[in-house]
Design a protein around this ligand. Structure first.
Ligand code: NDP
Length: 290
């Protein structure tokens, strides 16, 4: 049989960023300024530094102004909340991104809840979570939004499809399930306490995997012809201090059964950043329309 199609998230993300750039240019003509994204990074976690740099470079390329706030590891919760309050009332700032994880002395929930929901481009504020789950317009978490756009591009209408989401985190699994439900899929979410994991997954037309376990999903988890989205980003240490990235899905094994699979890297990762820019533009448009 033919091997599965490789879903090119990188190319799709590039097209999405070009669309955002057009929207940002129109916004600038109308509003007299670029959409603005505040990027807050606390501490010097190397992976977070890379993510933040990529987000700011791609924002600039799309005509979105970014305002970096790089704070020391010793920053207190009160100091961070003070900065967020300033950004909430800054008219140039349409989106506020606080890169997670935060150092131990800062409570993530307190920070997320301090962000103005209208500027919450990560979609983590309980107001946006509630809006998503009640089907109201909301800022939606970037990674599951990227997954949904790829699925709609490939399958068109998702209604009636059987979708299984592996993982139930607040940033990926739960909002993914909600988006698929809103798109009229029949949704099952499985996690570390689930029984018959492989069998559950094998019932899926759409399988989204976000567990953080390298290549956990092999061919036995996949229904022939299914669409498999691999959200996982796992760094595997190799000899001589080198490392490589791998997903939660064994790409080669999955490709022998699935209809289409996203690779890692080059799949969901680039879509996540593109959706952050899309959310920033949406936030800018919504704020100026009021
Ligand atoms: P979390 O660690 O927050 O959640 C992992 C989920 O997987 C949990 O719900 C957990 O279950 C479940 N799980 C863990 N082990 C198993 C198992 N053996 N069988 C079934 N379920 C299991 O991770 P995130 O959701 O934040 O991220 C998941 C992966 O996606 C990571 O590799 C992360 O790096 C990556 N990621 C990639 C992004 C991108 O842009 N591509 C963005 C965000 C994350 P339980 O709830 O029971 O503990």
């Amino acid at each position: 049989r033919d091997y599965a199609a490789r879903i090119d998230g990188k190319a799709f993300a590039e097209a999405l960023r070009a669309e955002v750039a057009q929207g940002a240019a129109r916004f600038q003509t109308q509003a007299g300024r670029q959409p603005g994204l505040a990027v807050v990074l606390v501490g010097d976690d190397p992976a977070s530094q890379v993510y933040v740099k990529t987000k700011m470079r791609q924002a600039a390329e799309a005509g979105i102004a970014s305002f970096p706030h790089l704070l020391p590891d010793s920053t207190s919760q009160a100091e961070l909340l003070q900065l967020i309050s300033t950004l909430n009332s800054d008219d140039q700032v349409d989106g506020i991104l606080v890169q997670l994880p935060l150092p131990a002395q800062i409570e993530e929930t307190a920070v997320i809840e301090a962000i103005d929901p209208a500027k919450d481009v990560d979609g983590f504020h309980p107001i946006n979570v509630g809006r998503l789950s009640t089907g109201q317009p909301a800022l939606v978490p970037c990674t599951p939004l990227g997954c949904l756009l790829l699925l709609q591009d490939r399958l068109g209408d998702l209604s009636g499809k059987k979708a299984v989401v592996v993982g139930r985190s607040n940033i990926v699994g739960k909002p993914m399930g909600q988006l698929l439900l809103n798109a009229h899929c029949t949704v099952t979410t499985v996690h570390s306490r689930s029984q018959n994991l492989a069998a559950e997954c094998r019932s899926a037309d759409i399988l989204v995997v976000a567990v953080g376990r390298p290549e956990m999903v092999d061919a036995s988890y996949i229904k022939p012809g299914a669409i498999v989205l691999d959200v996982g980003i796992n760094r595997i240490e190799m000899a001589e201090g080198k490392s490589r990235l791998t997903g939660d899905v064994d790409f080669v094994a999955a490709s022998s059964v699935a209809g289409a699979v996203t690779p890692v890297p080059g799949g969901i990762g680039p879509m996540t950043v593109a959706c952050l820019l899309r959310n920033t533009l949406s936030a800018a448009q919504a704020r100026t329309a009021q």
